[in-house]
Design a protein around this ligand. Structure first.
Ligand SMILES: *[C@@H]1O[C@H](CO)[C@@H](O)[C@H](O)[C@H]1NC(C)=O
Ligand SMILES: *[C@@H]1O[C@H](CO)[C@@H](O)[C@H](O)[C@H]1NC(C)=O
Ligand SMILES: *[C@@H]1O[C@H](CO)[C@@H](O)[C@H](O)[C@H]1NC(C)=O
Ligand SMILES: *[C@@H]1O[C@H](CO)[C@@H](O)[C@H](O)[C@H]1NC(C)=O
Ligand SMILES: [Fe+2]
Length: 484
């Protein structure tokens, strides 16, 4: 959100300047590989005694508080937290004015072990029947250790509902992670689309794995207790560690992070969909079966038929492994999902596919490779107006460092790429326009490192045609910009 109209004007000017720059470069379709020189902070985890991991005061005080959407349409939240000494109360008290908690809901309590680590008591409480576009205050815990938070429900599902999403992937718990989180919190984002790889606790062994899940929960609370984070799972959530006797995939993640999967008739918390304001958001699991006839494939086929662009114009897909990536890191890991789903993404005119995994930033042009089959020579991606834009935002700040080696030359499908830490924001303005920024950490908040005005894939197609007809030279800058 922009504090003043002059700040908005400045941002807009930057955007226009950038778009003009982008379009002149685009006429040759040469992508940009940023040569930005970044300040290197150590990619080491913040020590456990740092204040960002502080345990709240009081006997059995709730910690690691986080919320996520609790239903299909945004009138419910799931509130989750951990108590360590005893189970304590599973109740959430809430209401529409501060210190008047006249409503309540009762949650469930679970716990698990990981090697010899015993988790705290993990609470999940569904709070439903909420009103749209309303600030709610909530209280959890008992007596002197009770803690108070608030959140705001989204506007009702409407094609012109304005809403700002933040996009964060591969966050971890390093000093870079903290920088990303702080910058995101100043960005005006109202809900986080999280692209997998939360805590990187699996970089530890034995009991430290569980301990680093707990510290990450306390680290993310400053944002996640006040606005929903929409979760997707990455490879660091798998935690297949037979040497420690841990062979049940996603054990920590599934106990700690709830998703509203039943509301979209999914049978598994790792893939699901929600609708929020003017967006239909589909979350996929890169690490669950997805080939033809598997539950995830069957579910996605159904879910795509439920998308109603008249109600939710913006169709967004989240996954961990990018389908189009020109970094040496994880190159081609997304090919199997591309083979399974790309033709649907084009058929349904998906607006954006966000992924993480690669510890860098990259944006694609609208391209597809759906004509390829093993018996043709058509094996290269081609420009395709119906195709999504693929955005890799795996640059949250993880412990493994940046993925600095991009493939050379930059492939035609790659529009912009840079190996810096950061996050993105996606401001849906109305049914036709969305303003997108990628914000590199080193510049501080809201610097238009990569800013694009996107037109909706469903509603803006007529707009395209009209602009195209007005222009004599179809490759001129305005038209090129309009093709986003
Ligand atoms: C869960 O907590 C209960 C009550 O404290 C305890 O008896 C049980 O062993 C715990 N289960 C696990 C899997 O840690
Ligand atoms: C899920 O299935 C139930 C029962 O068939 C149906 O009533 C409900 O509308 C479905 N939900 C969605 C989001 O389609
Ligand atoms: C592969 O592409 C060729 C050439 O377009 C076409 O003749 C053939 O039917 C395709 N095969 C499949 C299995 O789609
Ligand atoms: C949609 O938003 C864009 C950008 O804010 C604006 O220029 C345009 O006029 C809006 N369209 C409508 C129909 O309000
Ligand atoms: Fe990853």
């Amino acid at each position: 959100m922009f504090g003043t109209s002059s700040a908005w004007a400045l941002s807009f000017q930057l955007l226009v300047v950038y778009l003009v720059l982008l379009s002149s470069l685009e006429s040759s379709r040469a992508g940009i590989t940023s040569t930005f020189v970044r300040t290197q902070w150590p990619s080491t985890d913040i020590p456990l005694d740092n204040e960002v991991f502080a345990v709240p005061n009081g006997h059995n005080a709730p910690q690691q508080v986080h919320i996520t959407q609790g239903d299909y349409d945004g009138k419910a939240v799931i509130i989750s937290w951990v108590t360590t000494e005893e189970p304590g109360s599973g109740k959430v008290q809430y209401g529409k004015s501060e210190n008047r908690y006249d409503l309540s809901a009762e949650g469930t309590i679970t716990n698990y072990t990981f090697y010899h680590y015993k988790s705290g008591y993990i609470h999940h409480c569904l709070v439903d029947g909420l009103e749209y576009d309303t600030k709610y205050y909530y209280k959890i815990g008992m007596g002197n250790s009770a803690r108070k938070f608030w959140f705001r429900t989204p506007p009702k599902i409407d094609p012109d509902a304005a809403y700002t999403f933040g996009i964060i992937g591969d966050l971890g718990q390093t000093y870079n992670s903290l920088s990303t989180l702080e910058h995101y919190m100043q960005s005006g984002g109202q809900t986080v689309l999280f692209l997998g790889d939360l805590s990187y606790a699996d970089r530890y062994t034995y009991n430290d794995v569980g301990i680093r899940w707990d510290s990450w929960g306390r680290f993310a609370e400053c944002s996640a207790a006040y606005q929903p984070w929409i979760w997707s799972a990455g490879n660091h959530e798998i935690e297949y560690m037979p040497n420690m006797g841990e062979v049940s995939p996603f054990k920590s993640f599934l106990h700690r992070y709830a998703t509203p999967y039943l509301a979209s008739n999914s049978t598994n918390p790792l893939w699901y969909a929600i609708r929020r304001a003017s967006a239909h958001i589909i979350v996929l699991s890169s690490y669950s079966p997805f080939v033809k006839y598997t539950p995830q494939w069957m579910w996605l086929r159904e879910e795509l038929t439920r998308v109603d662009r008249e109600k939710t114009p913006w169709l967004i897909v989240l996954m961990h492994v990018p389908i189009y990536n020109s970094n040496e890191a994880h190159f081609m890991e997304g090919e199997s999902m591309r083979a399974a789903f790309e033709s649907w993404f084009v058929q349904y005119k998906v607006d954006f596919i966000f992924a993480g995994h690669v510890h860098a930033y990259e944006r694609s042009y609208r391209i597809s490779n759906i004509h390829y089959n093993v018996s043709t020579g058509d094996r290269y991606p081609v420009a395709d107006k119906s195709a999504p834009v693929y955005l890799t935002v795996g640059d949250g700040g993880n412990q493994e460092g940046l993925a600095e080696r991009f493939r050379d030359p930059q492939p035609d499908y790659s529009a912009f790429r840079e190996a810096s830490y950061g996050h993105s924001t996606l401001e849906l303005k109305n049914r036709t326009h969305a303003v997108y920024h990628w914000n590199r950490n080193d510049d501080g908040n809201k610097v238009a490192t990569d800013s694009v005005l996107f037109l909706n894939q469903y509603w803006a197609s007529n707009l395209h045609r009209r602009r195209r007809l007005k222009k004599n030279h179809p490759r001129s800058s305005v038209v090129r910009v309009a093709t986003y």
